[in-house]
Every structure is written in C-alpha cells, then in structure tokens.
Design a protein around this ligand. Structure first.
Ligand SMILES: Nc1ncnc2c1ncn2[C@@H]1O[C@H](COP(=O)(O)OP(=O)(O)OP(=O)(O)O)[C@@H](O)[C@H]1O
Length: 307
C-alpha cells in the first residue's frame, strides 16, 4: 500500500446487541477501484455508512485523506466524497434539474456542470420531469449525477447497478472506469462477481462483519488454480456404460469430473501434470467433438470462501 486515501482499522458496529461489524480492517489506495463483495448482511453497507458519517462506529478508527474521522465528516471532506446508496436521496416531487440545483447550491456548482452531467447520463430529455416518474435506472443515474456534482475525489457506490436495466448498468460501469482514468478513487459494493472482476483493481471479500481476504481479482484466481479443460466426446450407443465408467475411473484423477448425457461424454480435466496424458487416452477411445480451456472466475473464489 503506497498511498492510502482511506484507512479503516478494527471497525465494530452493534445493532441492539447484534454484531454487524466485528473488526473491519481495510486500506484503500488513492486512485484505485476497490470492490466490497459479500453475501446479504455481510456488513458492506454498514461499513460504507460509517465511512460517510451516516452511522457512527462503536469501536475502531477511520482516516480519510490523512484526517481522522469521528462520527460527522467535516464539510471540506464531505465535498470530496460522492455517495450513492441503495435508497434514493432525491426529492421525488422536484424535477431532475431542480434536484441537482438544490445540491449544487450547497457546493457552489455551476449550471453548466448540471447540464454536462445530465447529458452525460442521458437524462437531458427528462431534465424537466418530476423524479417520481423516473424509472429505477433513471433515478440511479440522477443519484450518480448528484454524487459527482462537486467532482469528488472519492466515489462510493453501494450496489449501484443492482436490479438496473443493462443500459443504465453499463453507463455506470463505464463511468467507474473513466473516473479511474482521472485518478479518482472508487469504492463499490456489489453482488455481481463479473462486475467486480471487470472493474476492480482489488476485491475485499466480506462475510459476517469481517474482511476475509483482499487481493487483485487475478491473484485470487491464480491462487485457486482452477483452470481446467472441458472436452466433449461422442459415445457409440452400442458401448457398455459400465465399461465406459470403469475406463474413465482408471484414467481420471480425483479432482476431474465427467458426465454422460444423450450419447455425449462431458469431461472436466484439471490442469495437472497428467492433463495431456489423460486427454490423449480418452481421445484414443472416443471421438472428440469439442474442447475448451476454462479459467476460474470470481464465483469459484467466492464459493471457496463459503465452503
Ligand atoms: N439499522 C439497523 N438495525 C439493525 N440491524 C441492522 C441495521 N442495519 C444493518 N443491520 C444488520 O447488520 C447486518 C449487516 O447489514 P449490511 O446492510 O451492512 O449488509 P450488506 O453486506 O450491505 O448486505 P446487502 O448486500 O444485503 O445490502 C445485517 O444483519 C443487517 O440486518
């Protein structure tokens, strides 16, 4: 960690005796995109709410941009952090422009910036419509405009793409990547493993109020070494199934897998030293239909933590 913008140490939070956070430790580097990944109730939102001063911690400390934060964030720091939580922070009876104007007033933001954001988030045609008539995706995009009004250094997105239409979700993901280009720091919580895999420099796996591991998505994958080869073979219907199974069990290792379905043998071979030997022995007996190499994805990493 060479340039931490946020340092979270031993964060604990109880709700009526229930320990939601049991000592969260996390350092976030300036300019990185970090994903908080974990099942429902893991403690992601609670961590982010404490970080933004919406909740106070029972124990632990937080430093943001070198400044110790205790409950309320000072005004200068608030302006440096844009937040998008799951619940809407918009005025539903105001239109999009007036919503942004209201928050722009607080932060001294120009009208030109409002127009720029509405256009970037494809809301210019709906700019004068009341927000209560917006779709979920439009509301979420407007919440992002709000969060970005004052050009914050840190953007916090709590499940910002959850349940959105693919177009809105993609606009948000692309924005996250472009913010990184500008050197901004993004913290996002998500249930979508592919999203974390694609966007994040590092991923923190959180479960039951604790950080289980933090690393680059690729490092998690390499660690698991879950690369395998998927092969399909045509099986002659006259062959005896028992004989086939006996043959396969003589060839395959414990971590390999196979299934026989409608005359096709599906084989999953691990990348071990015997890989090519095993594949060759099976290919000598049955007709090869298809072959592909499969890399581990974060879903497998996640399952591994949960086992
Ligand atoms: N205000 C509250 N009062 C009581 N319990 C709460 C409160 N806020 C959160 N909790 C509990 O704390 C735990 C952590 O919740 P949190 O919302 O941080 O999880 P999460 O990882 O964000 O989950 P999700 O992915 O479902 O949003 C959960 O068991 C939740 O029920």
């Amino acid at each position: 960690m060479n340039n931490p913008i946020i340092e979270i140490r031993n964060l604990e939070k109880n709700f009526s005796g229930f320990k939601a956070l049991k000592g969260i430790n996390l350092q976030i580097d300036r300019g990185e995109i970090i994903g908080l990944l974990g099942p429902n109730g893991a403690g992601k939102t609670t961590t982010l709410k404490i970080l933004t001063g919406l909740l106070s911690a029972d124990q632990g400390s937080i430093k943001i941009m070198g400044s110790s934060v205790n409950k309320k964030l000072p005004g200068w720091l608030k302006a440096k952090i844009g937040v998008v939580f799951e619940e809407s922070n918009l005025y539903l009876r105001l239109n999009a422009i007036d919503n942004l104007k209201l928050f722009a007033g607080i932060n001294n933001v120009s009208k030109a910036r409002i127009a720029e954001l509405l256009s970037e988030y494809k809301l210019q045609d709906a700019a004068k419509k009341e927000v209560r008539n917006f779709s979920k995706g439009m509301k979420k995009r407007l919440m992002i405009c709000r969060a970005l009004l004052a050009e914050p250094e840190i953007l916090i997105l709590d499940e910002a793409t959850g349940g959105l239409d693919p177009i809105s979700a993609e606009i948000i993901r692309k924005k996250v990547l472009s913010l990184k280009e500008e050197g901004k720091t993004v913290i996002l919580s998500t249930h979508y493993l592919e999203e974390a895999d694609r966007l994040c420099d590092r991923v923190a796996f959180i479960n039951q109020g604790k950080v289980l591991a933090v690393n680059r998505p690729s490092a998690f994958k390499n660690k698991l070494q879950e690369k395998y080869l998927e092969l399909k073979f045509l099986i002659d219907p006259d062959l005896d199934l028992k004989e086939i199974k006996k043959f396969l069990e003589g060839v395959l290792a414990a971590k390999d897998d196979y299934s026989l379905q409608s005359g096709v043998l599906n084989l999953k071979l691990n990348f071990d030293q015997q890989l090519f030997n095993k594949a060759e022995r099976v290919a000598a007996k049955f007709k090869l239909l298809d072959l592909k190499k499969v890399e581990a994805d974060l879903q497998q990493v996640f399952n591994n933590f949960n086992n």
